[in-house]
Design a protein around this ligand. Structure first.
Ligand code: AMP
Ligand code: MG
Length: 356
């Protein structure tokens, strides 16, 4: 039996959420389990949430609402171009003598960003913000101004590159103060969705059997499905995102994230330049067309997938192969054909065609 239990709205934007509560039934000898799932639009993308409660009597709607609130909290904090966001205010403080006092959550995202920056040798670096805007890939981090993707001149690059480097930011974790040098800006677009997915799952995980939160392909999974089946995650075809290239079968306690060149790009002489910037050169990364990372958390998967996109196939796989419980699948395009490249254990996670 399937029961649609209503529409709901949240936060400043009125969003439509379709909730489906499926109750435990035995039909044709196949047992089905109670779950609640819904789809909405947050953080500029589609959000899908699935929760398996311990039993039918559990207040699933309450747990569902908690996940939405966690995502909304991160969106309020970490959207660089939202004038009301905390990150916007931090960016405006650049150069202030006393630094800027931030919330626990923003400091936590920045500390995790610094860890990812160090782990990836600087390939993941949220201080590419001035370049991202100069290329026209995003709204301006402090004025909210919009522009169209285009290439930069060598002079422009020379001017902007000195403003890049997470190691130039001082994080006073105890005091909760961030010192952002003058002219520098932070863009958390490559980690915030993964962080929000983790926060949403972690907030309810101890009270439910299993939960999966998917924010535009950045996915956090905790716990198990009551049936014992694995959680399935599809990898979209980067050249036709409506199509699926592969399917992953995952157990709980992990995160999955994908970065693709199809999300935002410009073309020069038929070459595609993506919205992911190589912080070493200031140029858009262009070796691969899609990367999917599976890691212990969605936060780490999100940061790593951006980093692997920058590093390319061999350096990217070498980085991932050093990390425990972390895998990557990279797609490149050669002669019009998609080629898949895997880290050592990645193929074991794929659902074989005959199992589909
Ligand atoms: P993702 O889709 O997670 O790979 O994030 C891409 C977004 O992160 C871009 O749209 C930029 O806003 C930002 N970004 C671009 N290049 C980098 C980089 N090398 N490190 C961190 N963030 C980046
Ligand atoms: Mg990312």
């Amino acid at each position: 039996m399937r029961l649609k239990i209503g529409f709901w709205s949240v936060g400043i934007a009125v969003v439509l959420i379709v909730l489906v509560l499926s109750l435990t039934v035995s039909s044709c000898g196949k047992k089905r389990y109670a779950f609640i799932s819904g789809t909405t639009h947050m953080m500029g993308t589609e959000v899908n949430i699935t929760i398996y409660p311990y039993d039918e009597e559990a207040d699933s709607q309450y747990f569902y609402n908690r996940t939405l609130e966690a995502i909304e909290d991160v969106a309020d904090i970490a959207a660089a171009f939202r004038q009301e966001s905390e990150l916007y205010a931090l960016n405006q403080s650049a150069g202030a003598d006393g630094g800027y006092t931030v919330s626990y959550t923003l400091m936590d995202i920045l500390v995790k960003s610094r860890e990812a920056y160090e782990l990836t040798g600087g390939a993941f670096d949220p201080t590419v913000a001035p370049l991202v805007f100069a290329y026209g890939f995003n709204y301006h981090p402090t004025t909210g101004e919009e522009s169209k993707p285009h290439s930069l001149t060598d002079e422009e690059l020379e001017k902007l590159l000195p403003l890049v480097g997470f190691d130039k930011i001082l994080l006073d974790e105890e005091g909760g103060v961030v010192f952002l040098p003058s002219g520098m800006n932070i863009d958390l677009g490559a980690i915030a969705k993964g962080y929000a997915a983790d926060l949403a799952c972690d907030g309810i995980y101890y009270s439910v059997k299993g939960v999966m939160v998917d924010i535009g392909g950045d996915i956090s999974i905790r716990g198990r499905k009551p049936s014992g089946d694995p959680w399935l995650v599809a990898i979209a075809d980067p050249r036709d995102p409506e199509k699926t290239l592969a399917e992953l079968a995952l157990t709980g306690g992990c995160g999955v994230a994908t970065s693709g060149d199809y999300e935002s790009y410009f073309e020069v002489d038929d070459e595609r330049y993506s919205h992911i910037i190589d912080p070493r050169t200031g140029l858009p990364a262009r070796w691969v067309i899609s990367t999917t990372v599976i890691a212990p958390t969605a936060t780490l998967a999100d940061a790593l997938t951006t980093a692997v996109f920058v590093l390319g196939v061999s350096e990217g796989i070498a980085l991932i192969d050093q990390l425990a419980d972390t895998e990557v699948i990279i797609y490149t395009e050669e002669g019009g054909e998609l080629i898949a490249h895997y880290s050592v254990g990645a193929e074991e996670l794929l659902v074989a065609d005959e199992e589909k």
